[in-house]
Design a protein around this ligand. Structure first.
Ligand code: NDP
Length: 443
């Protein structure tokens, strides 16, 4: 494989998609050897086909705000790869997104979904709409307009979107309502639905819980346990909150959380009930935490979350949020393992530093796959028209995270015994997808 030719070609065709180029580069570096050992991959031009989405859909989303002004946003859905099953991946509503963001997220999703062992292809989508500061009626009108175009491209066996940044239970509800109204069918076309109308128990908690389960497996591999460990978490959204919940339940102490304005540090252990009140119910700012918890510190430097002494770091906010300087600070503070709750939160130079210094580094493809895994279980429950109990789903999630962990160890173990989880996850996911693509012929 000539990875430089492939990357250069992507850069030439779309120079503004730096995050996508970064994601492809990381995968190619990991899989180069297995690719070259399997001549059928080169003969079938697997990599050249894998880096090109099967389909990109871009559309106009017009809606009216509460003052009656017409607003227009850009909608996207990337149907990246369907070798393993229907396209599957979240919708992100955030003002900073671009086509490159969705290509990076969709590309990562292909391998992550393959790692879960469930029949799901890779996709991603969303809009540059910013739900922050909008009324419920504005969010509803936007979601209805977005779905009025998207509905024709998706379906329970075709493409099954879910939530991501800016798309939670409220947005999924409005999107689903509009889909159902247009097609006149009640079917499993979105995941992350309310548990009273087709959603799976534990879906909301799944990414955060799964992240902690795989971290626990990593600790077991090192004859250790999460009990008594100090944990630094970034973000205060869906992934961060439920990662914190599981850490606390298992006897660990969470000392930091953040939002896009700043971070809080509470060495007594974060009061998660208060965080849920501020972020989930009031949709407020994390700085409000110190109004009642005077011992906690607030900083407008979000990177301060990585400057505390901690055993475990769980970046759960957004891409490229943990840089080389932060990785060095974590190592200086004896951090044992970094597990990515967000997609690509650790920068490439920070990953290299952690790997070189033999600090544990579990990549998002493996570490945050719990969310899509339970989405896959939601699809199964929908197609069987039944609902499993929370315990049944949680047990399955635990098992899936265990299997993902073991695949990383299988393909990432180095001669000196150190496990490179980045390499392991990339190879395990890639082999499944590549073999399926070979089986399907040139399509
Ligand atoms: P949410 O929108 O629920 O939460 C994101 C959180 O991160 C918010 O608290 C937000 O703050 C904060 N944030 C955003 N940018 C920054 C920043 N630069 N520094 C610090 N905090 C920041 O999203 P999710 O929790 O769902 O997603 C978080 C990450 O996890 C994303 O990378 C997503 O792709 C990934 N992921 C999510 C899955 C899921 O099931 N939800 C599944 C797999 C991956 P504010 O409140 O100010 O906006």
């Amino acid at each position: 494989m000539n990875k430089n030719v492939i990357i250069d070609d992507l850069k030439r065709k779309a120079p503004n998609e730096a995050e996508f180029h970064q994601a492809v580069k990381e995968v190619l570096a990991s899989i180069e050897q297995v690719y070259d050992e399997n001549p059928q991959f080169e003969a079938n031009k697997i990599i050249e086909r894998l880096v090109m989405p099967e389909r990109i859909i871009m559309f106009r989303v017009p809606w009216s705000d509460d003052e009656g002004n017409v607003q227009i946003n850009q909608g996207y859905r990337i149907e990246f790869n369907s070798s393993m099953g229907p396209y599957k991946g979240g919708l992100r509503f955030h003002p900073d997104v671009s086509l490159g963001t969705f290509k990076f997220l969709g590309f990562e999703q292909i391998f992550k979904n393959a790692l879960t062992g469930l029949p799901m292809g890779g996709g991603k989508g969303g809009s540059d709409f910013n739900p922050k500061g909008k009324s419920d009626s504005e969010v509803m009108r936007f979601c209805q307009s977005f779905m009025t175009e998207l509905y024709r491209h998706i379906g329970a066996n075709t493409d099954v979107p879910a939530g991501d940044i800016g798309v939670g239970g409220r947005e999924i509800g409005y999107l689903y309502g509009q889909y159902k109204r247009i097609v006149n069918r009640f079917e499993g076309v979105l995941t992350g639905k309310g548990t009273g109308w087709g959603g799976s128990f534990i879906r909301k908690e799944a990414t955060g819980y799964g992240l902690v389960y795989i971290t626990q497996h990593w600790l077991q591999e090192h004859n250790d346990d999460i009990k008594g460990k100090t944990v630094a978490i970034s973000g205060a959204g869906n992934v961060a909150i439920y990662a914190a919940e599981k850490v606390i339940e298992l006897g660990g102490k969470v000392i930091t959380m953040s939002d896009s304005n700043g971070c809080i540090i509470d060495e007594n252990g974060i009061d998660l009930a208060l965080i849920k009140q501020i972020k989930e119910i009031e949709r407020g700012r994390i700085s409000e935490y110190t109004n009642t918890h005077k011992q906690a510190k607030y900083s407008t430097n979000r990177n301060d979350v990585w400057k505390m002494r901690c055993d475990i770091a769980l970046p759960c906010a957004t891409q490229n949020e943990l840089d080389l300087e932060a990785a060095k600070a974590l190592q200086d503070n004896d951090c044992m393992v970094v597990a990515e709750g967000a997609n690509m939160p650790v920068t490439p130079d920070a990953i290299d530093f952690l790997l070189e210094n033999k600090v544990g580094m579990i990549p998002g493809k493996a570490a945050n796959a719990g969310g899509v895994a339970v989405s896959g279980l939601e699809m199964t429950q929908n197609s069987m028209m039944l609902q499993w109990t929370p315990k049944e789903v949680d047990d399955k999630l635990f098992q899936i995270m265990n299997t993902i962990h073991d695949q990383c160890v299988k393909y990432g173990k180095q001669p000196d015994g150190y496990v490179n989880y980045v390499k392991g996850a990339n190879i395990a996911g890639f082999l499944k997808v590549a073999n399926a693509m070979v089986d399907h012929g040139i399509i």
